[in-house]
Write a protein that binds this ligand. Sequence first.
Ligand code: HEC
Length: 245
Amino acid sequence: MSARGPLWTCEKCGRTFANRNQSHACGRHRLEAHFEGRPPEVRTLFDAFLAALQENGPVTVLPQKTRIAFHVRMSFAQVTPRRGGLDGHLVLARRVEDPRFLEVRTFSPRNHLHRFRIAKAEEIDARMRAWMREAYAVGEKIFFFRGGPHDFACATCHGEDGKRIRLQDLPNLSSKAGAQKGYTTWPAYRVSQGELRTFQWRLNDCFRQQRFPELDFTSPASVALTTFLAYNANGAAFDAPSIKR
Ligand code: HEC
């Protein structure tokens, strides 16, 4: 009998393994892999782009399979390193008509994707930096976005210390301590409901309290909010599954 069967290819990440359904860290991509086989100037260009974004505040860099996304509470920019430079886009709250943007795609009145290509660090100039600053601010918005019949944002209930609804203390999720408490303790067994609940469920239940439309599970908005809260909770030890009332 042959010891070597055909390789199994993971449909999600394309990696091949000897064993079918081999468990692996699929979807986690290394930043370095994006620069393999590319001239070193492309890495220098990427570092200059990232440094310009970070002038506005902290940014989470999320290497994905074919691109590198930048998050503050939601993805507001991304690039793909190429041989000749960086292809990418910025998300802005208005349409900017400028020859530097190869294409502008409008998703909603305050959500416009601006595609660019940069080949030299000099192109990350004052004008580009001003657009980067705008895009960063779009990323910050989702937690503070107010709407619905009560004009609530997440921040209305979770943006200050010491708030509560009836006997329920509301964690201040914009603070480190509050985010650490709120983020690290899910999934949790809800004694009052007799069920184990996930973090996505928790977010959806808050969408309901906010009178927002139902959250699509695993949608970009849910991932962006989770990323935002995870980012605010940085440094805490994970403490799940937990028990909540
Ligand atoms: C109307 C007030 C209100 C709004 C608006 C609201 N929440 Fe909540 N949130 C609550 C309450 C009340 C709880 C505690 C619920 C419970 O334990 O039954 C809670 C709990 C949470 C928790 C879990 C905290 C913990 O320690 O377990 C997270 C995370 C959370 N909310 C995130 C959000 C996010 C993100 C938004 C915006 C999409 C949001 N909430 C909007 C009232 C609100």
